[in-house]
Design a protein around this ligand. Structure first.
Ligand code: DAU
Length: 344
């Protein structure tokens, strides 16, 4: 099987590629990735000399490069490439629309032209919006609240339209919050771990009572692999996690694992439009035969250890000037001046 994976230098895409090449001897992968700030060749350094793997540097919104990749006899597309960080989409939505919507359209057109047999569009539970009670099902209304979530909802609807109009062999997956190795340290968990390793606070947004459903990234990779084989074309599959908890509980658990003091959690102003709770019903995926393979406490502890043991991976990312200004220097100077809370 020859796969075109998009965004394979990112966190989830790179874990997926390693999982597929490790579990399917016949698999070959072309990875189309632009190498934005979140795409890192070091995530797949171990595969650099694997003849079954090839990275093509390019933009999914560029029809020429997409056409070139698709001509190579691709059986299926697994589309991860996306701008994914909610806070960035609040500051500037433009790149989210270009990559997440236009990029998806360019890929869909090429997949139709070259008659690929499967197109898995990797999406998110954020498209359902905040769910005060119960669990979102695949047919529920989409009520995205951040520009990021709105761009993913738009791409999900575009994928649906290609199924209805063109009979494109598409499947959409919607996953909850992923965690694990190689996650860029702007997301809550790796930011918390790397800040604490450096003796800096974790900026908790608002009261910390927001609820998230934590999915270990290798379970996510396993679920997509299953959907690739057994998913029904035209369908949507929720992929939920192994621990449903408030941010405060997550913070306390990680603080316990790392042995850090309470005063390294600072309350800062809440994220605008911050979704209070995500929760998805995964019954449909389970009917395909999916079972989680990882336990939350072990996977979380392993993730913390991974960041502790792989400073050479994340230190270069944290030395980027804009990252430093936003995530590090303001906290260093506040710590030095004795001011212990609030974000600039
Ligand atoms: O639910 C799936 C989604 O999970 C993915 O589609 C998104 O791409 C991914 O970014 C993630 O969205 P969240 O906004 O839930 O993830 P994030 O890691 O940014 O934040 C997790 C929770 O922690 C959320 O309630 C916001 C809070 N948070 C986050 C950061 C970065 C803080 O309290 N402080 C922080 O500094």
């Amino acid at each position: 099987m020859k796969l075109l994976v998009t965004g394979g230098l990112g966190f989830i895409g790179s874990n997926f590629i390693r999982h597929i090449l490790g579990s399917r001897k016949d698999a070959k992968i072309v990875n189309l990735d632009l190498q934005t700030y979140a795409g890192n060749p070091a995530n797949l350094a171990d595969l650099a000399s694997d003849p079954r793997y090839r990275w093509v540097k390019g933009d999914i919104a560029d029809p020429k490069i997409v056409d070139k990749c698709m001509t190579a006899g691709i059986d299926a597309v697994v589309h991860f490439a996306a701008e994914t960080h909610v806070d960035r989409s609040i500051l500037d939505a433009a790149v989210f629309l270009r990559t997440n919507v236009i990029g998806t359209q360019v890929l869909l057109d090429a997949a139709l032209k070259y008659k690929v047999s499967r197109f898995i569009h990797v999406s998110t539970d954020e498209v359902y919006g905040s769910v005060p009670k119960g669990f979102s099902k695949e047919g529920d209304a989409l009520e995205p609240n951040s520009p990021y979530a709105a761009s993913k909802a738009a791409s999900d609807l575009l994928v649906r339209s290609y199924f209805v109009t063109h009979k494109a062999p598409v499947i959409v997956t919607r996953a909850s919050n992923n965690f694990g190795p190689f996650q860029f340290p702007e997301k809550a968990l790796p930011l918390m771990i790397t800040n604490w390793i450096d003796g800096l606070p974790f900026p908790r947004y608002g009261d910390g009572k927001q609820v998230r459903d934590w999915l270990y990234v290798l379970d996510h990779a396993r679920a997509i692999s299953l959907v690739l084989d057994k998913g029904v074309v035209g369908e949507i599959y929720n992929i939920g996690g192994i621990e449903h908890c408030e941010n405060n509980e997550l913070i306390e658990t990680v603080r316990g694992i790392m042995g850090k003091p309470k005063d390294l959690v600072w309350e800062v102003p809440d994220r605008p439009g911050h979704d209070r709770r995500y929760a998805i019903d995964c019954g449909k995926l389970k009917k395909l035969g999916f079972k989680h393979a990882f336990k939350f406490s072990q996977a979380l502890e392993q993730t913390v250890r991974w960041y502790q043991q792989n400073e050479d991976w994340w230190r270069p990312l944290r030395s980027d000037a804009s990252y430093k200004a936003y995530y590090i220097e303001q906290y260093r100077s506040r710590l030095a001046s004795g001011v212990s809370t609030g974000r600039k």
